[in-house]
Unconditional design. Structure first.
Length: 186
């Protein structure tokens, strides 16, 4: 089959500008709505991003027991215009990773880590306990590329450990309060 031509007067979109949608019927998990809602999966790529903070790892109940869930914010910058009109636009996305990928992200990534992330966007529309509609979007990680070298990652971890140690030394609170705070974080 020959490649279709763009319409007269139109222009062809480059492959990097295409967004593919894949329809998937999704039912309300509780089955209370009795409706079938078609959700589209949208692929999202965030290139040359840096993590804005630490990776938060927690364990949630899944079908087969406990599952690791990591959440983190990644920020990437884009530049628009040229010359005097050139301006920087920052994009921050709150990502969620699951399973082994979440555990690896928590172990090897930290504030400032340089990454490429490919994932998908899902529409979270549901009704809460009072029957009110709640709308939201979630970004779920499919792939993470760790762009830092081992030496860069080790230097970043040592620098952050040093800063944390200096902050603890400057903390005027009594040692008992510091110890209690440390156990709450763990």
């Amino acid at each position: 089959m020959p490649t279709p031509r763009p319409p007269v007067g139109g222009s062809e979109v480059s492959p990097s500008e295409r967004i593919s949608f894949q329809g998937n019927p999704v039912r309300d998990p509780a089955g209370s709505l009795g409706k079938e809602i078609v959700m589209a999966f949208v692929r999202v790529e965030q290139r040359n991003a840096h993590l804005a903070g630490t990776v938060r790892l927690d364990w949630v109940n899944g079908r087969d027991g406990k599952v690791a869930r990591a959440s983190f914010s990644a920020i990437s910058n884009a530049y628009r215009g040229s010359g005097e009109q050139r301006e920087e636009q920052a994009t921050a996305i709150q990502w969620t990773a699951w399973g082994r990928q979440a555990e690896n992200a928590a172990a090897f990534l930290g504030k400032g880590s340089h990454v490429n992330i490919v994932g998908h966007l899902r529409n979270n529309h549901y009704q809460d306990a009072e029957g009110a509609d709640v709308y939201g979007l979630s970004f779920t990680v499919d792939e993470i590329d760790y762009l830092d070298s081992k030496a860069d990652a080790q230097a970043r971890r040592e620098r952050q450990a040093f800063i944390a140690e200096m902050d603890a030394a400057d903390d005027p609170r009594p040692a008992a309060v510091k110890a209690q705070r440390a156990t709450v974080k763990a």
